[in-house]
Write a protein of this length. Structure first.
Length: 163
């Protein structure tokens, strides 16, 4: 329901997070907050998405729940890009950090998502060669026959960069 943008689903998701927080537990909350931020991004609810990211980053730091750190940086970058043109530089920094963290953690799918987001931004900033280079290097890490939505999207962006 939340992914469809239905308020009832968003309300239940946020209530669930609050209920878990009230118990003092935090396991996987960064993941759930990342999902919430992505939902807000899809529905152009930028301030709420940035709030979810801020909460998730605090939890990640406090509890050492760093597995989703790359995705949190990527989502923050995407949200900032939608926020305003003045946020482009900060968004670029977030996307670069997302890529760096994913590479450090050997998190290939998160690296792919970060590289795809960064390549899209660099294309808009006329950094096409850099965008093509980084996205090609990440896509090359995946074996033939491997296919999923993120890889398909990355290959589409790569083709656009070659055109």
């Amino acid at each position: 329901m939340a992914e469809q943008g239905r308020e009832e689903g968003l309300r239940k998701l946020t209530q669930g997070l609050s209920a878990v927080a009230a118990t003092g537990a935090s396991l996987n909350n960064t993941f759930i907050l990342a999902l919430l931020a992505e939902i807000y991004l899809r529905h152009n609810r930028i301030d709420e998405g940035l709030g979810a990211i801020e909460d998730a980053q605090k939890l990640a730091t406090t509890w050492g729940e760093l597995f989703w750190q790359a995705e949190l940086f990527r989502l923050k970058g995407e949200l900032l890009l939608r926020q305003s043109d003045q946020s482009v530089h900060t968004a670029e920094q977030c996307l670069c950090e997302a890529l760096k963290v994913a590479q450090h953690q050997n998190a290939r799918m998160l690296e792919l998502r970060a590289a795809t987001s960064l390549a899209r931004l660099w294309k808009k900033l006329n950094k096409v060669d850099e965008a093509r280079r980084i996205l090609h290097s990440v896509c090359a890490k995946f074996h033939e026959g491997v296919d999923n939505l993120d890889l398909s999207e990355a290959k589409t962006v790569l083709e656009e960069l070659r055109a």
